[in-house]
Write a protein that binds this ligand. Sequence first.
Ligand code: PSU
Ligand code: MN
Length: 305
Amino acid sequence: MKEYMSYSEEVKHALVHDLPIVALETTIISHGMPYPQNREMAIEVEQIIRDHGAVPATIGFMDGKIKVGLNASELEEFATNKDVAKVSRRDIPYILSSRKIGAATVAATMIGAQLAGIQMFATGGIGGVHREGEITWDVSADLTELAQTSVAVVCAGCKSILDIGRTLEYLETAGVPVVGYQTKGFPAFYSRESGFAVQTSMESPEKAAEMLSTKWKMGLKGGAVIANPIPEADAIPYEEIEQIIVQAMHEAYQYGISGKQVTPFMLAKVKELTNGRSLEANIALVKNNAKLAAQIAVALKQNGN
Ligand code: PSU
Ligand code: MN
């Protein structure tokens, strides 16, 4: 396995000295946002993690390696290269053996993080059960990954382009804790509320770290979702974004978009229909999640994890 891993100097140093580390995904950079906002977001998010006492490890696939920690030119490559594949669990063997460039989804980032010994991961939103998933069977591999890989994901819930109720049902069946950070409701990415409740609510990073460390000490494998609502000032009201999402879904259907193209198509469409406001909200919530993930990572190390 070691032959497939490659670490940045910063991450190598952190691993040797047992410092808190927060993993970050590359799909959000290559397929989730346009250039140059994607590169700026990636750089700023890494800095927020450092400012809160942890070390960032942005994960992607390049030259037959899982890169854990990217340098500036590698990051630029993920932000600009149009041929970056979107890599989830099933795509990892091919992307490594073909030595192509691939962006890691939540699922693939969790795999890379676990292989590197990283327990915390910050992103925007997780994938889930798509609307009409009972017909299309479009259920993100992020969910099966959360069931088996022991990495906690801090996110702003998931978008209502997904069927949030069924996504939460799936996570319950799979035994994945879903924790609301200072909230009793599961957030819907652009909006602070989805109308669905979380299983449990935590008031501090320390409490969240305690729960995670208990889970893993018990030998209960798998991840957890730490759902952190978008800051009030950046939120878009649910009803407003809902209409736009429905319109974007109609267009996706008309164009025959399917499979792994669905999420990137929807993200770009929603941005267009909100005149860029959705992108601003997206950037704000990722930053907010990076801060919380760093705080939990620090607390986990203080608990001896
Ligand atoms: N949701 C977002 N932004 C994203 C993604 C999801 O709000 O960028 C990305 C993540 O990388 C996630 C992936 O893991 O899309 C899920 O894709 P799919 O539904 O094809 O599994
Ligand atoms: Mn899918």
